[in-house]
Design a protein around this ligand. Structure first.
Ligand code: BGC
Length: 382
């Protein structure tokens, strides 16, 4: 008996098994699988979980940093490609990366002068970005090992990640118990649910730091991607990327993405904010109607047709155009990640909120629960 396995491209991921001339279509196997992915320097076993949906979309997530290692979605011909930057093995993640694919905590983005005052007391945080504190400090939530529990339901499957951050970690007060849940459904949506509680008042601002390239990770820069951001204002920053505290209208500036515009169309124009960010590296103040899940951004990559919609309950969105990528990182498959070869859309509260009384508060108090919800929805434009 002769068997041939054929992968048909163009009709999604369908595998045909030819046995004695009989063709039998097999639906891709949706579910969650786990495998060993290495060991940390202090001997902790790292696991990688493959979440696959009924259409063959596949997200691989590890319990180190809650990092999305790869994410395969179809292009307009149905061809799957990995659309996030990252590495093939654990070792380069342990050496340090610009937060590829990671969960960020306790505080997404910067806190000015690595310091804040809360209820009359000043807290000093790690200075890991010039004079400032960035993405939770030297060892933020992106560099810790999370307890991971996979789950499967009828049309969705995912991974529940838990981490308890001890009182005083990276200078923050309070013991924070955080839960981040990734859920991949059969509508090609990857949801990220964030929850946290604390035993002392403390800032909490969690986000996800995937670098996307919808043409495929390592295939070049992202300047041709068409971006829409549903925001009429940004929070302008100083030269160390700390918000001035003002809201600036985007109208008439290179920051106006209210109608879809190529990321590269205005990125090099003379503009003090673009200079401060070395490109786009700013918080957009989302035009929200209420407190529910609302469209924050939509990206279309013209050659592949891939689209990404970001929906969130958060008030802000950090659009970072990969300005610090400089071609020195070799990622998956040996591909070099050049300047602006990936972009991040980080749903969040505004940077430096603990020092900015006019910004929405990021202080979590005992007895209350922090809960935010973000969905990355993948599609194609015909
Ligand atoms: C920040 C950038 C930073 C990057 C980390 C982004 O969220 O806004 O300034 O360089 O993360 O690589």
């Amino acid at each position: 008996m002769r068997k041939n396995s054929i992968l048909l491209i163009g009709v999604g991921l369908v595998s045909l098994t030819m046995a004695n001339g009989c063709a039998q279509a097999q639906a891709p196997k949706a579910g969650v699988e786990s495998a060993a992915f290495g060991t940390t320097a202090d001997g902790k076993a790292i696991e990688i979980f493959t979440l696959r949906n009924a259409k063959g979309v596949e997200a691989r997530v590890m319990n180190y940093g809650g990092i999305i290692v790869s994410l395969k979605t179809p292009d307009r011909a149905g061809k799957l490609d990995d659309i996030v930057l990252g590495f093939d093995s654990l070792a380069p993640y342990l050496k340090g990366t610009p937060y590829f694919g990671a969960i960020i905590g306790r505080y997404g983005n910067r806190i000015g002068h690595a310091r804040f005052a809360l209820d009359g007391k000043t807290y000093e945080l790690a200075k890991n970005d010039g004079p400032n504190h960035l993405h939770g400090g030297v060892r933020g939530f992106d560099k810790v090992v999370w307890a991971a529990e996979p789950f499967e339901r009828a049309t969705e499957r995912g991974l529940v990640l838990k981490y308890t951050s001890p009182d005083g970690e990276e200078g923050y007060p309070g013991t924070v118990a955080a839960t981040v849940t990734y859920t991949l459904n059969d509508a090609n949506e990857l949801a990220v649910d964030y929850a946290a509680t604390t035993d002392k008042p403390t800032p909490v601002n969690l986000t996800q730091h995937s670098y996307f390239n919808l043409a495929g990770a390592g295939s070049g820069d992202i300047l041709g991607h068409q971006l829409m951001i549903a925001a009429s204002n940004v929070t302008p920053v100083d030269s160390t990327l700390i918000p001035t505290g003002l809201l600036a209208p985007v109208a008439g500036t290179p920051f106006d993405f209210r109608t879809p515009t190529a990321i590269g169309a205005r990125i090099n124009v003379a503009d003090v904010q673009l200079k401060n960010g070395k490109g786009y590296d700013h918080n957009w103040v989302l035009d929200r109607k209420g407190a529910g899940l609302e469209l924050a951004a939509k990206v279309t990559e013209p050659t592949s047709g891939r689209t990404l919609e970001v929906r969130t309950t958060e008030p802000g969105l950090q659009f970072y155009s990969g300005n610090f990528l400089d071609g020195t990182i070799k990622g998956k498959g040996g591909r070099v990640y050049g300047h602006r070869s990936g972009f991040c859309l980080e749903t969040q509260h505004y940077p430096d909120s603990p020092n900015q009384p006019s910004f929405p508060s990021t202080i979590l108090r005992p007895g209350l629960e922090y809960r935010t919800h973000t969905v990355f929805a993948f599609g194609v434009a015909r």
